[in-house]
Design a protein around this ligand. Structure first.
Ligand code: BGC
Ligand code: CA
Length: 296
C-alpha cells in the first residue's frame, strides 16, 4: 500500500476540502471547498486542478447522467455552469433555518441526490445543535425530507445489494443503517451498526463503500480513515495521514482501486503543511463500487 500527496490539490490554510466524487466519464475527481465556495476538478492524467468559484458555501458536487454538474449549495440544489460559476437553482431547502448550510451529499444507485444540512459552527464540530436535516432530490426535481434533528449531516453509502443505506451524523459517533427502498427512496428501521468512540477515533465524517460491502470512514481530528464491517461492527483496518482533519474519501481511478482522501486546513491550531490536500491511497487490495450520478 502507498499514500501519495496530490500536490496540485493543496489549498494551504483555511481550506475545508470535502465531498470527493470520481467521474468515470471525464476520468476526473470532483470535490468542493465548503467555506470558500469553490468546486474543483482534479485530472490525474495531467496532475492539474480546474476551479470554479460559486460565490457561496457549497456542500457537495456530482455529475448528472446527461453530462451536467449539480451542487448542494448553501441551502439549495443548483446546476452549475463550469465556465462562469453561474448557478441555476432548482430547489430550496431549510427556508425556516437561514443560518443552515448543506454539508455532505451523494447520489444513490437510482440517481437521487441526497444531502444533509447543519447549523453554523463556531469551531470545527462545535455546531448549533440539532439544526440539520437529510434531504433527497428526485429526478423530477421534488425534494423530500427524511431525517431531522441532525447535528452534523455527513457520510452516506448504499450496500452493494441496494437494500441498506448507511448514514453518519458526526456527533452520534457511529454509523447508522436504514432499510432503503430503492423504488421510492423511503428509509425505515434506523439502527446503529458501528460505534465509533470519540476519544479514540474523533468525529466520523465522510465515508464510502467497497465492493465487499465494507465501509471506509474518515475520522476527523484523528488523522485517519478506518475500514469497518457494518454487519459485525468490527474495525478491520486503519489508514493514517499527515493531517489531523480528514474529511471524506471515495474510490476512483480507471479501475476504482485508488482511495482518494480529502482533508481540511480550516481553523487548525497546529502547523500542518499537508492539511488541505488530497491523498491518493494505492494497492489497498480492494476496489470501490462505481460512482452514482444524478438522473436528470
Ligand atoms: C464539516 C465540518 C465539520 C466536520 C466535523 C465536516 O463534514 O464540513 O464543517 O467541522 O465535519 O466532523
Ligand atoms: Ca463531511
Amino acid at each position: 500500500m502507498s499514500v501519495e500527496v496530490l500536490k496540485s490539490t493543496s489549498r494551504g490554510s483555511g481550506a475545508l476540502l470535502e465531498g470527493p466524487h470520481w467521474d468515470p466519464v471525464t476520468q476526473t475527481l470532483l470535490y468542493v471547498e465548503i467555506y470558500s465556495g469553490k468546486v474543483h476538478r482534479y485530472t490525474p492524467a495531467t496532475d492539474s486542478v480546474e476551479t470554479v468559484d460559486v460565490g457561496e458555501f457549497v456542500g457537495a458536487v456530482v455529475p448528472t447522467k446527461s453530462g451536467k454538474t449539480i451542487i448542494a449549495g448553501r441551502r439549495h440544489y443548483a446546476f452549475l455552469d463550469w465556465k462562469t460559476g453561474a448557478l441555476n437553482r432548482i430547489a430550496e431547502i431549510d427556508a425556516d433555518k437561514p443560518d443552515n448550510r448543506f454539508n455532505d451529499g451523494k447520489c444513490d444507485p437510482m440517481g437521487r441526490f441526497w444531502a444533509g444540512t447543519m447549523g453554523p459552527e463556531d469551531k470545527p464540530a462545535q455546531v448549533r445543535p440539532k439544526q440539520g436535516s437529510l434531504f433527497c432530490l428526485h429526478s423530477d426535481r421534488t425534494v423530500t425530507k427524511h431525517v431531522e434533528n441532525i447535528d452534523i449531516a455527513n457520510g452516506m453509502a448504499w450496500s452493494p445489494d441496494r437494500k441498506t443505506m448507511y448514514y453518519i451524523d458526526s456527533l452520534a459517533f457511529g454509523v447508522d443503517a436504514f432499510d432503503y427502498n430503492k423504488t421510492t427512496g423511503a428509509l425505515s428501521n434506523r439502527r446503529q451498526v458501528i460505534a465509533i468512540p470519540h476519544e479514540e477515533e474523533g468525529f466520523p465524517d465522510g465515508m464510502t463503500i467497497d465492493e465487499e460491502g465494507m465501509l471506509w470512514v474518515a475520522c476527523f481530528s484523528k488523522s485517519r480513515v478506518n475500514r469497518y464491517n457494518p454487519v459485525t461492527g468490527d474495525k478491520l483496518q486503519m489508514l493514517t495521514f499527515p493531517a489531523t482533519n480528514i474529511t471524506s474519501c471515495c474510490f476512483g481511478g480507471p479501475n476504482y482501486d485508488i482511495l482518494f482522501v480529502t482533508s481540511s486546513s480550516f481553523q487548525l491550531t497546529s502547523d500542518q503543511p499537508l492539511a488541505g490536500s488530497i491523498f491518493a491511497v494505492k494497492d489497498l487490495g480492494v476496489k470501490g463500487l462505481p460512482s452514482n450520478t444524478y438522473h436528470d
